[in-house]
Design a protein around this ligand. Structure first.
Ligand code: UDX
Length: 455
């Protein structure tokens, strides 16, 4: 099938590459000429395991084209996927300017029936705005072509996006109950048929419910994390091990084991933005989402928990202190630092006069970029970008772990002890067992694990 993907960001590129891998003829449109040039020369603008190989293979096979040509894009695909960014507005609602510009681009040039598929995370009612934008262009040109707008939100996790796309646990598609909506359903059904061979994974619904489903999923997951983080903070006060509690409750199938890990807060491009946008939608309809307001507030506070533990241990004034920080990305297997907890910790330590040495397996270049935005030049001068985890430790008063990279999970504790000035670890992701740490002689501060570190 001929597919057009508008937007070669994270979602668009993964979707385009995976649809090409299934044998489709995929045209990727992006208005950023530099990015298109990079993609056409075999480069990849993001770090995502497996993506580079899939793109290279399908480019070589002629199934993936990258271009800035809006007209060619509109003419290529019978299905036009909109996968552009929806950054938060000043008030937290999703900014739809790129989505609507993409829609107008389609309307300006389309000549025959098209299915427009909203892949971007967009608030309820966006499909109607997309429809109006396209119709407006068609009317202006006096063209009578028909089209249908469907909603097909993505549930990809960064770091596992190719795998998630290729082995989806569900495919959510919203289509209109109209003859054109029926045509959209048939086209999407055959596009996704390879995923439904063994059992049906597609959930068909109306467009608004599909749009809402994406927000509901992310809000629910963010809620679980903030809930566990709040319990973990209490666990620290009352001498309870949150990890034991996690096992104890997760074994109840109504609760389940996933997404119950207490830590130093969630980040990334989705949870913070989507929770805010859903709250904003509710407010626009005169409803206050009290739970989500708390989810957000708890997360903001949780990002400060590691800094708080450092202060409790070393005092408010950290002048003359030096800390090693392992992990900068908001989670492992990505270089994405959007809303990353490490940014909050670093700002806090530096503000209090400390110096730091940081290390991340892939996010070092991205860290240099974002820390320039977060910090003053004087603060930035106090950050050393280390060459390895061990290198970061040299002469540090303590080690803080912010991202649960596999490479940090089984370190040589004797080496850590030897390199640190003081054998202290603040573990924002509960990577180690406090009982094991006690044997190493390293002072260990996890999240919600105080029962084992109090004695
Ligand atoms: C999320 C959703 O999982 C995905 O379905 C959606 O399409 C986009 O948003 P992503 O942002 O890539 O994906 O990351 P995810 O793996 O969900 O983790 C988000 C954040 O939550 C990370 O900062 C992670 O460290 C944190 N987290 C996750 C916890 O603190 N505890 C947990 O138990 C799980």
């Amino acid at each position: 099938m001929k597919i057009t993907i508008i937007g070669t960001g994270y979602v668009g590129l993964v979707t385009g590459a995976c649809l090409a891998e299934l044998g489709n003829d995929v045209f990727c449109l992006d208005l950023d000429a530099q990015k298109v040039a990079l993609l056409n020369s075999g480069g990849i603008p993001i770090h995502e395991p497996g993506l580079e190989e899939v793109v290279a293979r399908n480019r070589a096979a002629g199934r993936m084209t990258f271009s800035t040509d809006v007209e060619a894009a509109a003419n290529h695909g019978a299905m036009q996927f909109i996968a552009v960014g929806t950054p938060p507005d000043e008030d937290g609602s999703a900014d739809l300017q790129y989505v609507l510009a993409a829609a107008r681009g389609i309307g300006k040039y389309m000549t025959d029936f098209k299915v427009i598929v909203d892949k971007s995370t967009v608030p309820v009612g966006t499909a109607e705005k997309v429809r109006a934008a396209i119709q407006g262009e068609l009317d202006a040109r006096g063209v009578a072509a028909t089209f249908s707008v469907a909603s097909n939100p993505e549930f990809l996790k960064e770091g596992a996006a190719v795998e998630d796309f290729m082995r989806p646990d569900r495919i959510v598609i919203g289509v209109d109950a109209t003859p054109d909506g029926e045509r959209a359903r048939e086209l999407l059904k055959s596009l996704y048929a390879p995923f439904n061979r063994n059992h049906e994974r597609t959930y068909w619904m109306d467009v608004r419910s599909a749009e809402f489903t994406k927000y509901a999923a992310n809000a629910m997951l963010a809620t679980r994390i903030s809930f566990m983080n709040e319990l973990a903070n209490l666990a620290d006060k009352v001498g309870v091990d949150i990890e034991a509690v996690r096992h104890g409750i997760g074994s109840d199938p109504r609760i389940g084991h996933s997404f119950l890990y207490a830590g130093c807060g969630y980040g990334g491009s989705c949870f913070p933005k989507d929770v805010q946008a859903l709250e904003r939608t509710a407010r626009g309809h005169g409803q206050e989402l009290l739970i989500l307001r708390a989810v957000e507030a708890v997360n903001d506070r949780q990002k400060q928990v590691l800094g708080g533990k450092v202060v409790t241990r070393f005092g408010e004034d950290l002048t003359g202190r030096h800390f090693a920080v392992w992990g900068l990305a908001f989670k492992p297997n990505t270089d994405d630092m959007r809303e990353a907890s490490a940014r909050v910790l670093l700002a806090d330590l530096l503000k209090r006069g400390a110096t730091v040495a940081v290390y991340d397996p892939v996010a070092m270049a991205e860290a240099r970029r974002v820390l320039q935005l977060d910090l003053t030049p004087e603060q930035l001068a106090k950050v050393r970008f280390a060459d390895s985890p061990l290198d970061a430790l040299t002469d540090a008063d303590a080690l803080a772990i912010v991202t649960e990279w596999k490479a940090f999970r089984s370190p040589d504790f004797a080496q850590i002890k030897a390199r640190l000035k003081q054998a202290v670890i603040f573990d924002g992701r509960n990577l180690f067992e406090p009982a094991v740490m006690a044997e190493t002689g390293i002072e260990y501060h996890g999240i919600g694990r105080s029962i084992l570190t109090r004695a």
